[in-house]
Write a protein that binds this ligand. Structure first.
Ligand code: ADP
Ligand code: MG
Length: 484
């Protein structure tokens, strides 16, 4: 019997804000334990929550990026459970009136090879709701310690329908979601810093069966590829269990990345176990037209729309767009430079093939480097106008420009790198090379045209790379023709 898998992801994205969701205490990572707390965070009796407008606004922005329906009225509910990571014994979340309903995310599946774009498809969302994070428990041999610094950090939980079909689709979805959050300036979604967390729900069913199978929830993955690996393992485990005549139970399993297995953690709570009810300390929030309008004006072009534009307008290949698109800062840099010299393909090549590797070598980010879009545009212009050869640009100008921050034209001037287009100067050099190399000249005369490359190389060497290669080619051919 054949089985097929269905996956639904619940992703928590930490919405970037100055302060916590219900109080003015700051949000931080890696601080001294229990320093980012106050009576609201710790749930002291009588302490009252005050909703953070920035968190709501950014959540609305996410909803728009996800093409969700933004609720006209949204409200907060208490999700009750007793566990030491939750100081109040309830978590403030949203139950029946989340900020965002529905929505969809465009994903790009891995291609047949690294250089080829994979299929695109849309993944439907159920909803996205805003809630507070809880504290973090640290377990030791005989006791456990709790750190409430993370408690009260705003989290947007984005839930997909059970429509992802493979671990690769889940991987592609998380990458696409992360790009959207980066484009919207919502979060860097660094899973290792807890800025993005993902619970993966997965079930399998025999092909042909109508109902979905029993769902298992997997937790504790700390990278996007970790989610993919956990799903690969879990789908196989479920299929083997069913094939072996066993049955599956609804449960929550953990992912052990070092052993590459999932393991039973607990049997899953049902939603009624949480006894949700509206939080009487928080007013519902109305999201009016005016507010929506202001936020919708800040929605950027989405990543794959940008990719299509680069493909249609600039004919950039996938190998280039796949590097540029995930980084909106790099895209803006590219667009500025392309606009300044009107040579988008050359600009993109310089950025992807030279600038990024140089930045990588020095462990610098683009904003930390001295190179601006004007540098790249200037360099491309010098090559296009025939002032310098590509080789000189690469060997003599780029590195210098990178370290000193001087403009390329100034470097060319100072180092005397201008390409020689002076036939009067080049002709005697070409003649000398011809006279000194009768062998290759003979070969050319006999019809082996490729032998000219050796002579060209000699001329370039003699001029320290400054001769215009096209011109040298012409002159050598003319001089040899004369001979023959
Ligand atoms: P719960 O109430 O247990 O949280 P939900 O119905 O809210 O369950 O769904 C949580 C996540 O699980 C969603 O992403 C949903 O798409 C996914 N899901 C639900 N049922 C299944 C299933 N049978 N197989 C795989 N994923 C599922
Ligand atoms: Mg749920």
């Amino acid at each position: 019997m054949e089985y097929e898998a269905f996956i639904g992801l619940e992703v928590h994205v930490q919405v970037r804000t100055q302060s916590k969701i219900f109080t003015s205490v700051g949000v931080g990572f890696g601080c001294e334990p229990n320093t980012l707390t106050d009576p609201v965070v710790l749930g002291f009796p009588g302490a009252l929550p005050v909703l953070n407008k920035e968190a709501v606004e950014k959540s609305i922005k996410v909803g728009m990026l996800l093409q969700s329906t933004i609720s006209e009225v949204t409200k907060w509910d208490r999700k009750n459970y007793f566990y030491p990571d939750s100081p109040k014994n309830y978590q403030i979340s949203q139950f029946d009136q989340p900020i965002c309903e529905g929505g969809k995310v465009e994903i790009e599946l891995p291609g047949p090879s690294r250089n080829v774009m994979g299929e695109h498809k849309w993944i439907e969302l159920t909803r996205a709701h805003l809630e507070e994070d809880v504290g973090k428990l640290n377990h030791f041999d005989n006791d456990s310690l709790v750190d409430y610094n993370r408690a009260g950090t705003p989290l947007l939980e984005i839930v997909t329908e059970p429509v992802l079909r493979t671990p690769d689709e889940a991987w592609a979805y998380l990458n696409a979601l992360r790009m959207l959050m980066v484009y919207g300036d919502i979060s860097d979604c660094d899973m290792e810093k807890g800025q993005m967390r993902c619970d993966a729900n997965v079930s399998v069913r025999p092909v042909g069966q109508e109902d979905l199978g029993v769902k298992v929830e997997i937790k504790n993955m700390n990278s996007i590829s970790g989610v993919r690996n956990a799903l690969v393992y879990e789908i196989e485990r479920q299929i083997q269990t069913l094939k072996g005549g066993g049955s599956l139970v609804q449960e929550t399993r953990g992912w052990d990345a070092s052993k590459n297995v999932t393991y039973h953690m607990r049997f899953k709570e049902e939603s009624h176990d949480y006894r949700y009810f509206p939080d009487p300390d928080l007013m519902p929030v109305r999201i009016d037209e005016d507010w929506r309008g202001r936020i919708s004006a800040t929605i950027p072009e989405r990543p794959y729309d940008r990719q299509r534009r680069y493909y249609d307008d600039f004919k950039l290949p996938f190998t280039i767009t796949s590097v540029l698109i995930p980084d909106p800062g790099l895209c803006e840099f590219f667009e500025e430079a392309a606009e300044a010299c009107n040579k988008p393909q050359q600009v993109a090549n310089w950025i992807v093939n030279n600038l990024l590797s140089e930045l990588g070598n020095d462990g610098l980010s683009l904003s930390e480097s001295k190179i601006t879009s004007a540098h790249i545009a200037g360099l491309v212009k010098l090559i296009e106008e025939g002032v310098i050869s590509k080789n000189i640009a690469k060997e003599e100008v780029f590195g210098e420009m990178f370290t000193s921050g001087e403009m390329p034209a100034a470097i060319v001037e100072a180092k005397g790198l201008k390409q020689s287009n002076d036939t009067g100067e080049l002709e005697p050099i070409c003649q000398k090379v011809i006279d000194a190399n009768p062998g290759p000249v003979e070969e050319i005369l006999c019809g082996n045209e490729k032998a000219i490359n050796f002579l060209k190389g000699q001329v370039m060497k003699a001029t320290r790379g400054k001769a215009n290669p096209a011109l040298v080619d012409q002159m050598l051919k003319a001089l040899i023709d004369k001979k023959g």
